[in-house]
Ligand binder design. Structure first.
Ligand SMILES: Nc1nc2c(ncn2[C@@H]2O[C@H](COP(=O)(O)OP(=O)(O)O)[C@@H](O)[C@H]2O)c(=O)[nH]1
Ligand SMILES: [Mg+2]
Length: 443
């Protein structure tokens, strides 16, 4: 990203493309006000006050009536002069306005994530907060929203920064002695170093041992429906999805691919996966489907074992297996005379009549909450954070208090640097690219 010179003024549609009541455009940089003049707006804008303006094309034709806002540097999202235009959300207006801005002096279309990147470079957001912002824009569930708002607000950054500071303090004290090898290091300094290292090791271990709930909240939990052919797996998927996502048929071997349906349960994002019925018979394609079903179930957060309540042979086989974590669900209660007595707990449903589905959702809710709701919200919400903290832990574990002072300082420095990657306190360019390239244009 060598072309991301901050000298140029950038613009983009900030709202979603398409037809809408209102569209919002953002222009950031020294030429932002000039761009406005280029659009035929000559009256000066008062800072942060909405003004009705008439936008014109470079040829002088009426473009749209809009609201314009001016945020003078440094009190803006990017820290630069920012102009925001609220136009009518029409495809034609958007096209004409973007064309007009393209011709404005010193202006160019923003790259993906470039506004947020400038906000980061101006110190308005740290890296973890910028990720929180991206997560908030992407959030679809209550849990994703809560996590993103926390991260954007800086709660995660604060915790990470406290860890980094805890090691920077002894480091600063020790570094002072490197240049004075004849001076004896006071016992208090050495004790502080040892206690900080021990405490950091303990805290990093605890933060890493979080059941990956931050990542799971963002990416969603996998729930896999597994069971013999014709148990009603596809029917169950459809009733949970509230639509005909999978083909239902009395013919065994109908579902062969994995069918994934995103949904929300207990405020969490969930991917519900329907699979090929497990059986020995069937062709090569079905066998491959069964192999995929088993692989996916092995990686799942929760497996839902579904049986036909009348399928006594399958139920006997299930009882004979080693106890498996997951929920056992018996389907087609509408055809059963009575609930069977079995050596394992189960739920009885009918995917045909909907009986027992509420109880099943309650059971799933309970499982998800038990899996996801810890007392303290996670600090790690992406793989990038996990890598950084794991790297810091590996470094601090190598730490030897009897090593030469230069080496001790180097290890402490490396540890602080690894932790600092999360907030970008010691960020290298490739980390920046990794974070901001995932944004879309206009963010
Ligand atoms: N009576 C009754 N039939 C069901 C129920 N659930 C599914 N079926 C029927 O069982 C057959 C197999 O269903 P399907 O969902 O394709 O099963 P899968 O092979 O496990 O995916 C279809 O004919 C469904 O209509 C149920 O709760 N009651
Ligand atoms: Mg099926």
């Amino acid at each position: 990203m060598d072309n991301l010179s901050t000298a140029s003024t950038i613009y983009a549609l900030a709202s979603a493309p398409g037809k809408a009541g209102v569209a919002v455009f953002r222009i950031s940089g020294a030429a932002a006000q000039g761009a406005l003049a280029h659009l035929g707006v000559t009256k000066p804008l008062l800072p942060r006050i909405a003004t009705l303006v008439h936008l014109k094309t470079p040829q002088g034709a009426v473009l749209d009536q809009a609201l314009a806002l001016f945020f003078p540097a440094p009190y803006s999202f990017t820290g630069e002069d920012v102009v925001e235009l609220h136009t009518h959300g029409s495809r034609a207006v958007t096209k004409l306005l973007l064309e007009a801005l393209q011709a404005a002096p010193g202006c160019r279309l923003a790259e993906a994530g470039e506004f947020a990147r400038r906000a980061f470079l101006a110190g308005k957001l740290d890296l973890a907060q910028a990720e929180g912002l991206a997560d908030l824009i992407d959030a679809e569930t209550r849990a994703q929203h809560a996590q993103a708002v926390r991260q954007l607000g800086g709660a995660n950054s604060e915790q990470v920064e406290a860890l980094r500071q805890s090691i920077l303090e002894p480091l600063a004290l020790l570094e002072a002695y490197i240049d004075f090898p004849d001076e004896e290091i006071p016992e208090s300094v050495l004790t502080q170093m040892r206690t900080r290292v021990a405490s950091l090791t303990e805290q990093l271990t605890r933060l890493l041992d979080d059941g990956s709930i931050g990542e799971k909240t963002r990416e969603g939990l996998d729930i896999v429906i597994l069971g013999p052919p014709n148990a009603g797996k596809s029917s169950l998927l459809n009733i949970l999805a509230k639509r005909e996502a999978a083909i239902v048929s009395p013919e065994a071997g109908t579902t062969r691919d994995l069918i994934e349906v995103p949904m929300e349960i207990a405020g969490y994002a969930v991917t519900m996966v329907d699979t090929a019925g497990l059986r020995e018979a069937g062709g090569a394609v079905e066998a491959e489907g069964i192999r995929r079903a088993r692989t996916r179930a092995a990686q799942a957060d929760l497996t839902l074992y579904l049986y036909d309540v009348s399928d006594t042979a399958a139920l006997r086989d299930h009882a004979a297996q080693a106890p498996t974590p997951g929920l056992v669900v018996l389907n087609k209660s509408d055809l059963a005379k009575a609930a069977p007595t079995l050596p394992f707990p189960y739920l009885l449903i009918s995917a045909a009549t909907g009986e027992g589905i509420t109880a099943l959702i309650d059971a799933l809710t309970e499982q998800i909450i038990a899996r996801m709701e810890h007392h303290t919200p996670p600090v790690i919400t992406r793989h990038r954070h996990r890598e950084a903290l794991a790297d810091a832990l590996a470094t601090i574990r190598r730490f030897d208090p009897h090593a030469p002072l230069e080496l001790i300082c180097e290890e402490l420095r490396l540890t602080a640097r690894a932790i600092g990657k999360i907030t970008g306190k010691i960020a290298v360019d490739d980390v920046l690219d990794l974070v901001f390239s995932r944004f879309c244009i206009g963010k």
